[in-house]
Design a binder for this molecule. Structure first.
Ligand SMILES: [Zn+2]
Length: 612
């Protein structure tokens, strides 16, 4: 799949490529207010430098081999009052108005307060008055905050501005040279002061920011250790599930175990609060002032796969669905000079996937169970709508690719609808479809010479067309998978978590004639014909007849039946599915008795008067 001329991914004009670590965004979002009155000194006295340095050292955040100091901490520590106190110590022979004037110059005109702070932090502040005088006679430092971080250009201690358009140098010929050690310290600290600031673009046509970072850049997050609430997740079937005949796929309830899917790995990270602005997005775990996010690192330094992933995600971003995972930012890191580039994608952190939701949110009583129905109807409707968005996105993105003959339908779908790929966001109470990046399909199919059908043979929710010689894989295959997941949802709602996790998979276990061992897939191949497993049909009858089944349950099961048609031509399409789910959602919203909300006997009466 070689891209055609048109630009996608990083080359898309909607992508803002940021090479200053978000410095400009940060300055726009956090301007230093210019006061009309004189600055009032704070902590005046010869100790001011120690006070500032010790406070900064206490705010260092360890990060692998290095560290960073949050941007917010720099501003909190180095107040205009403390700058004045420092200036008073450094320029003792200058009168009071001169000190005020210098502060204005440092803070607003030259804008070099961070460079100043760097000298204090590295205990080199005594050289500041000497450096401040410059050959041209104009008072400045030659370096401004826009020059940071710094680079060391010679081993004997010359420091230069990183920005190629400035090529500022420090120190000048007439000034005291810094020692090699000082120089190293200052360069390191200049990176620690400039950890990346992430931002969602708010204006203009850009709708995504990608940060290009170098080997010395510091990222403003720490990796979160597993949270204690993981203990809520019961131990799984264990090694049994990993045996050679891996037929009953025990679902994972933790998203970080399954979001990677051979394409990348996901870590839960905490980003310092002063290092991002994602509007209302981001989940506050309540314990810390920092917020948690999911960071996905692509396994291979494969720009093409990244471009495809990015293209999918920014196209759906434009569709503004709240039920599709939101991409917050991306960045790439050149691991060492001239080395390979590693790609990362940043997403909001979800409390868990749908499996974890089912486990943790088991209804406590009948009232509780019934009250979930309208929410469930709404979420399932929205998930179908989200799938429609993904299909539209595919149509849009694939037009920029040469798709191998006959493979258009293969790439034109989500390709991995399952409860593990539906995430739950506690704060808004929403279910969100994830892992729809085209990159995943790309790596899955293009890297392997294997038949795509063979690759998906292990998936519990796969559609019968994967196992039929003449079967054509298409968007309708996603509908089948979504139908399997919805049937599990109804099972959970009527019978509870054990039924969906243990009983139903065991019940539908049946020998698969194609492989000669039992699997928990939903269909069966008999000769050249695909049928839905009789046990699955029986299960649906059981659900319908159950005393807890409401009119809503039954009509939802009617729709699911259309989703599970063994042949794609008979299967409901996504657009129609969205309409039908919309109808039962509205019925739930309008009339509580539809889902058994008022008197439990009413739905029974309804059932009796309904014609057969
Ligand atoms: Zn510069």
């Amino acid at each position: 799949m070689a891209p055609r001329a048109k630009a996608i991914g990083l080359a898309d004009p909607c992508v803002d490529k940021c090479s200053d670590r978000g410095n400009q965004y940060y300055d726009e979002d956090h301007p230093i207010e210019r006061s009309n009155t004189n600055i009032v000194p704070q902590d005046s006295g010869p100790d001011i430098f120690d006070i500032i340095r010790e406070e900064l050292e206490a705010k260092e955040v360890e990060k692998g081999k290095g560290f960073f100091i949050p941007r917010g901490s720099l501003q909190e520590t180095f107040t205009p009052g403390r700058l004045l106190a420092a200036v008073q110590q450094l320029w003792k022979d200058v009168p009071e108005e001169g000190h005020q004037r210098l502060c204005i110059r440092i803070l607003h005109e030259v804008r070099c307060w961070k460079v100043f702070l760097l000298f204090i932090y590295t205990q080199l502040h005594e050289s500041l008055p000497e450096l401040w005088k410059n050959e041209s006679g104009k008072d400045s430092l030659r370096l401004s905050d826009r020059c940071l971080p710094l680079i060391s250009i010679t081993p004997d201690g010359k420091i230069a501005c990183q920005n190629k358009t400035h090529s500022h140098r420090l120190p000048g010929r007439k000034t005291r040279k810094l020692s090699g050690k000082d120089c190293k310290h200052m360069v390191l600290a200049s990176y620690a002061f400039n950890a990346v600031y992430f931002k969602l673009p708010t204006k203009g046509k850009k709708n995504h920011v990608h940060y290009s970072l170098g080997p010395k850049d510091v990222l403003p997050y720490t990796i979160d250790s597993p949270s204690p609430d993981r203990s809520l997740v019961k131990g799984r079937a264990g090694s049994a599930g990993q045996a050679s005949n891996n037929v009953k796929l025990r679902p994972d309830t933790d998203q970080d175990d399954n979001l990677h899917g051979g394409f990348g790995e996901v870590k839960r990270i905490i980003i310092d609060r002063s290092h991002f602005d994602f509007g209302h997005l981001g989940s506050d775990d309540g314990k810390n002032k920092e917020l948690t996010f999911a960071l996905k690192r692509l396994h291979a330094s494969d720009k093409e796969a990244f471009d495809k992933e990015l293209a999918s995600l920014i196209t759906v971003k434009a569709q503004k669905s709240t039920h599709l995972i939101k991409l917050l930012a991306t960045f790439s890191v050149i691991e060492e000079d001239g080395g390979s580039e590693v790609f990362y994608l940043l997403f909001p952190w979800a409390e868990g996937n749908l499996w974890k939701y089912w486990e943790v949110h088991q209804p406590k009583n009948e009232q509780d169970r019934l009250s979930i129905a309208p929410w469930m109807a709404q979420q399932c409707h929205q998930l179908a709508l989200a799938l429609l968005c993904v299909h539209n996105e595919r149509e849009h993105t694939l037009q920029f690719y040469e798709v191998p003959a006959g493979k258009g339908e293969l790439y034109g779908r989500h390709g991995d609808i399952k409860a593990e790929n539906v995430l739950y966001f506690e704060a808004d109470g929403t279910l969100v479809l994830s892992d729809f990046g085209l990159g995943r399909l790309h790596t899955k199919y293009s890297r392997s010479n294997a038949d795509p059908k063979a690759l998906e043979k292990s998936a519990t929710y796969r559609a019968p067309e994967f196992d039929l010689a003449k079967g054509r894989i298409s968007r309708k295959s996603d509908v089948f998978s979504l139908g399997c997941m919805f049937l599990e949802f109804v099972t959970w709602h009527v019978l509870g978590y054990d039924a969906v996790y243990e009983v139903f998979p065991d019940y539908r276990m049946d020998e698969d004639t194609a492989y000669g061992f039992a699997t928990d897939i939903f269909f069966k191949i008999e000769g050249d014909t695909a049928i839905i497993k009789p046990k699955v049909c029986e299960w649906m009858v059981k659900l319908r007849k159950h005393e807890r089944a409401s009119e809503y349950t039954k009509q939802f099961l009617d729709i699911i039946e259309k989703m599970l048609s063994p042949y794609p031509n008979d299967r409901i399409n996504v657009a129609k599915l969205v309409r039908e789910l919309g109808v039962i959602r509205k019925a739930c919203e309008r009339d509580p008795s539809y889902y058994g909300g008022e008197s439990p006997s009413r739905s029974y009466v309804f059932h009796l008067i309904k014609p057969p």
